[in-house]
Design a protein around this ligand. Structure first.
Ligand SMILES: Cc1ncc(COP(=O)(O)O)c(C=O)c1O
Length: 363
């Protein structure tokens, strides 16, 4: 038994990160959004290979910002996958639209193209938010084709997707715009934080206005259009820049953690893993088991914390009145468990967790 608790996730903040913040505070202390936010945006768009990047306070307001930038009509509907973090849905509500839930695919837990094609024909469907859940691409290219066929916007929610590529293109470059999150559990974190990437100059310009009270420039009161305060801070940008410099190592460690669990647990027939393709980066280590609650309590007794995968969103009363049966999301949500996935996990921690899981299945 380990005497310290192994969290399901914790941030990795290095000495270099801390030194960067200290240096910044000593030299250049505007704190609010300024030249380092611009630098972070520039480095992020270079990393994702996108034309434009705009920093936002978090990965919920990024989705709201994108939806606002599209000027959709009042009663528009937006199709989202039924398994995702609730923010994908609540951002649609916050923008004043109705979310419609599509089932996910067994193999990847991303939106199912067949279910999308059924629902896209409904009146007033104007956009899809496709979530590359846990860094998996799923059938993103098929989804893109469907969106093109029905002339609706494809928005990517890439909150989990830093370090994930589809055919050498980083996630976030397949639709009109894409949202990333830098909240505490993410591969790089600024505490809270978000980024929108887009290859459309028009959308980029709108987003810049939306985040800055509708002003073309900060520090004046020339309001060109409706806007809000969705600005970032330079102190967060300093942290983001420092972590982005280490992105290769962070991505490598996530892949190592997944491969390590997989190598030692794949022989247990009662544990199912979903596959990752070569250029995809696992964010959380997800397993699918029938006896999830018992496994969870066994691990908890041994000081190991896990987390349930998201509930099917169409069951949440505040999001939807429809009670359509979406069997794949229900089934995989019931079984899905996220194992400890922190970048700080040592080999010793991993061996300990793996042994505890084996012990559960062997007894
Ligand atoms: C898929 C997904 N979308 C959106 C969000 C919201 O991001 P944030 O917490 O930065 O608002 C999250 C948060 O984890 C998420 O997992």
């Amino acid at each position: 038994m380990t005497n310290h608790q192994i969290n399901q996730i914790e941030p990795k903040i290095t000495k270099k990160d801390i030194n960067s913040i200290n240096t910044y505070l000593k030299k250049d202390n505007w704190i609010t959004e300024n030249k380092f936010t611009l630098e972070f945006e520039n480095r992020f768009k270079k990393y994702t290979g996108s034309k434009y990047a705009v920093a936002f306070p978090n990965g919920t307001l990024t989705l709201l910002g994108i939806l606002k930038s599209l000027n959709l009509k009042k009663n528009s509907k937006v199709i989202i996958p039924n398994i995702t973090m609730v923010a994908t849905a609540t951002s649609v509500k916050l923008a004043g639209f109705n979310p419609i839930f599509a089932d996910v695919e067994k193999k990847y837990l991303c939106m199912c193209p067949t279910d999308l094609e059924k629902k896209v024909k409904q009146k007033n469907v104007k956009a899809v938010i496709y979530v590359t859940l846990n860094g998996r691409s799923g059938n993103l290219e098929k989804i893109k084709k469907i969106c093109k066929k029905y002339k609706i916007y494809l928005i990517e929610d890439s909150a989990h997707s830093i370090g994930s590529f589809l055919k050498n293109k980083h996630h976030g470059n397949f639709g009109i715009a894409s949202s990333f999150s830098f909240s505490m559990p993410k591969i790089i974190t600024t505490g809270q934080g978000g980024m929108i990437v887009t290859n459309s100059k028009k959308i980029y310009k709108k987003l810049k206005l939306i985040k800055n009270f509708g002003r073309a420039q900060a520090g004046n009161d020339d309001y060109i259009s409706e806007g809000y305060n969705f600005k970032f801070t330079d102190i967060q940008a300093i942290l983001g820049i420092s972590q982005l410099e280490d992105i290769t190592a962070r991505v490598k460690k996530k892949k190592y953690i997944f491969n390590y669990y997989h190598k030692y647990l794949k022989k247990i027939k009662k544990i199912n893993f979903l596959e990752f393709k070569k250029n995809e980066t696992p964010w959380f280590i997800d397993i699918y088991v029938d006896d999830k609650n018992n496994l969870k309590s066994h691990l908890k007794k041994n000081n190991i914390l896990t987390r349930d995968i998201y509930p099917p969103l169409n069951k949440l009363k505040f999001l939807s009145n429809e009670r359509e049966k979406l069997p794949i999301s229900k089934n995989y949500s019931d079984k899905g468990l996220w194992l400890p996935s922190s970048l700080n996990l040592s080999k010793k921690n991993l061996d300990y967790i793996i042994n505890c899981i084996k012990e559960f299945y062997e007894n």
